[in-house]
Every structure is written in C-alpha cells, then in structure tokens.
Write a protein of this length. Structure first.
Length: 430
C-alpha cells in the first residue's frame, strides 16, 4: 500500500509540474506495478492492457465525436448558430451575451469539448460583443462559463472517459447529461440577465433585427438540430449504441459540410489531422489511466480507502460530501482531466459500496469538473480564452466569473439533492 501511496503522490507532483499526464501515469504506474508484483508482471500488464484498449469497440467512440466537432468548427458552421441566436436575442438588454451562451450550448451539443467551445466562441462571439460595447469582464466570462457546457451537454468527451473508467453505459451517461446541461444553460442565462438589469453599463442593448432576417437566420441552425436529434433521439430510443451514434454523427457532419460547399480537400485534411492529434493525445491519457487503475488494484489502495471510510463511521451522505470536497479543492489547483483519471478509479469501489448510482455520480463529477475549469488559479477555460484574447487580463476574466461559479455551486447542490434531475430521462429510456 505504501508503494501505491508513493505512486499516487508522484503522479500528483508530476501533474502540478505540467508533465504530460499520459506519460506520467504510464511511467509511474509501470514502476509501481514492477515494485509490487515484479518486472515480469509489469511487462505483461502493459501490452495486454494496451491491446485490449486499442481494439475496444467502445473506445472508438472518442475519435468519432472529436471528428464531428472538428468538422463543425473548422468549416465555420458554428458561426451560423451564433448569427441565428444574435438575430433573436441581440436586441434584448444583455442579448448578445445571452446569444453567446445559447451558441455555446448548441456548439457543445455537437462538439463535446469545453476547451474547443471556449476557443471557437472567443473568435466568433467576442468581436461582436466588443463592437456593441460589452465590458471585457462580462464578455470574456460569458464565453469561459459557456464553454464549460461542452463537457456536460452530450456528446461529452469527459463523460465518454468516465464511462470507460467505470464501465458504465456511455449512451445512458449522455442521456443523463441532457437535463442538467439545460439546467446549467438556464441558470447561466439568468445570471447574464440579472447582470444586464442591475449593471446595464456591462451589457448594452443591441440593434433590433428585422423579422424576415430573424427567420432567415434559422436556415443555419438545422445542422445542429439535425445532429442533436439523430444522436440523442437514437440513443434514447435504443436504435444504436454510443459508438454507432459517433459514426453516424461524424458521417452526417461531413456530408452536411460537403453539401454546403464548406469542405474542400485541404480543409478535410486539416480536420482529419486535428482529429488524429487530439485522439492520440486522449488515447495516451486513457491508456495511462487504465494502467494506473491496475496499480490501484494491485496496491490495495481502493480497498484500504473503503476500510478507512467504514472505520470513520461516516454516514452515506457524509462519504459523498467528503468526496465532493476533495474534487472541488483539487479542481482549483489541478487540471480537471487529471483529477478524473487519477481519483475516479480510486473512489469508485467506495461509491459502489455505498450504493450510489454511478451514472448519477458521473454527472456530478462533470459538474465539479465544470467548476474547476473556471476557478482560479488553474482554470483551463480561462487560459484558453487568454490565449485567444491576449488583450484581456486574466484577473478581469476571473472577476467576471464569480457569479457564474456561484450559480454552478447552487446547481451542484440541486443535482446532489435531487438525483432525479439526472436520472429521469435514463429511467424513462428503460
């Protein structure tokens, strides 16, 4: 167990030092397994785990959804969604920020990545908000907070990884993320509206768009609507698996972009290159997490944690609150992906012993991850935004995010208190 604890500490130190997570997980886990079980066992575990994962049908879902999101991002289809949202909401006070939030949700529904959503919206929405006189604080915070919806509204890369780590049905996780994602969107929009009413200097009223132009703008929305209905509708009705949904979604995105004349040969190569690079990085991280799970099992860390929890005599809710506090505190100083990959395998046996629903807990983990993406000092969405908007100080973005973080904590409380918000659609699906 001491070897397991030392390896856990070393992985955390390497994560803080910004060593690539997949490499540190693989190296430390292999060293730990060799120390516990011997070099021959470690040498056997590595190829067996990698070969099983590489040929896993379920893991094929990752590059497929990444491809779908890249097609919509690189071909400019995401800008059509913003134009439509702007046409309908832009004339309301704070309407441009509201339109940005709706666009983030819509783009998230087919992208699955918070960082990609934040990066895309910083190029699409920020110039318009700046043009209409929005404060840097509200404009940047809206994009950073809206980007977090990318890991909850399905399809979600984080939910895919969580499903793989905990062996939960990815389709059920996607369905479970719909209502919490819409709740998050509604609460974020409420925050924007209140800011616009209470501090109108941050959110001027935009120009009114003619009715004919508003309805015409909807023509650019249909790719998102079609993809969301096909993917989520198919999963809900049980017509296909999450992997099949990824293939159908990627194929539809390519076909739509080609029919609209936005996908030439050079852009197609760019999309495929970006998809390959992102997928390989994620696979390395996943392989490392799988080997680390083996280390946790060999060292007995998870069993010892469960024994300690039982020894403390904590109530079922006390155990949950303790785990949530750990995730929240780590989210302030560590990359969210690292937290999930390191601590989900560690806490899963305890959660199972306490009879918590792992699909519901997956949604809770994602909401915790969302909060981590926008909390100082390590809010990844903030630094992605800073990279794309070098003129906006990091402090300005974080100050603007305070009300969004507060509403996120409230949403977390609602989801913990009322699990049916997450599980209602899943139960109906069954």
């Amino acid at each position: 167990m001491m070897t397991g604890l030392l390896c856990l500490g070393l992985v955390l130190v390497l994560a803080f030092l910004r060593v690539p997570l997949g490499i540190s997980l693989l190296a430390v886990s292999m060293g730990g397994i060799a120390a516990i079980k011997g070099f021959d066992v470690a040498r056997t575990v590595l190829p067996m785990t990698l070969s099983e994962a590489a040929f896993s049908y379920e893991l094929a879902v990752v590059p497929l959804f990444i491809l779908m999101g890249n097609v919509l991002s690189c071909t400019g289809i995401s800008q059509d969604l913003f134009r439509a949202a702007h046409a309908f909401l832009g004339s309301v006070r704070g309407g441009l920020a509201l339109a940005t939030m709706v666009t983030c949700a819509g783009f998230s529904a087919v992208c699955g990545s918070s960082l990609a959503t934040a990066a895309t919206m910083s190029k699409v929405a920020y110039p318009s908000m700046q043009q209409y006189g929005y404060s840097d604080r509200l404009a940047s915070a809206t994009i950073a907070a809206g980007g977090t919806l990318g890991i909850l509204i399905p399809p979600s890369i984080i939910l895919m990884i969580y499903g793989i780590l905990t062996q939960q049905n990815i389709g059920e996780l996607f369905i479970a993320g719909v209502l919490p994602g819409l709740l998050g969107l509604a609460m974020y929009m409420l925050v924007i509206y209140l800011i616009a009413v209470l501090k109108p200097e941050h959110a001027p009223r935009g120009a009114r768009v003619a009715a004919a132009e508003r309805w015409a703008s909807l023509a650019g929305v249909w790719p998102f609507v079609a993809l969301f209905i096909v993917i989520i509708g198919g999963l809900y009705k049980g017509l296909f698996t999450a992997t099949e949904a990824g293939g159908i979604g990627a194929g539809m995105a390519l076909l739509i972009a080609k029919l609209q004349g936005r996908l030439d040969w050079l852009r197609f190569l760019e999309v495929m290159k970006e998809t390959a690079m992102t997928s390989v990085m994620l696979y390395v991280v996943l392989f490392g997490a799988m080997i680390f799970s083996q280390l946790v099992s060999f060292s007995g860390l998870a069993d010892e944690l469960l024994s300690m929890v039982n020894g403390w005599g904590l109530s079922r809710m006390g155990v949950l609150v303790s785990i949530l506090v750990v995730f929240l505190l780590l989210g302030c100083v560590m990359d969210s992906m690292a937290i999930i990959l390191i601590f989900v395998p560690l806490f899963t046996p305890t959660l199972i012993a306490q009879e918590f629903d792992l699909v519901w807990f997956g949604i809770i983990v994602v909401v915790l991850t969302e909060i981590g993406l926008i909390t100082p000092p390590v809010g990844m969405n903030v630094f992605v935004l800073k990279a794309n908007l070098p003129s906006v100080p990091v402090g300005t973005i974080f100050r603007g995010l305070v009300p969004f973080i507060a509403i996120d904590v409230l949403r977390l409380g609602l989801l913990v208190a009322f699990p049916s918000i997450s599980l209602l659609l899943v139960q109906w699906m069954k």
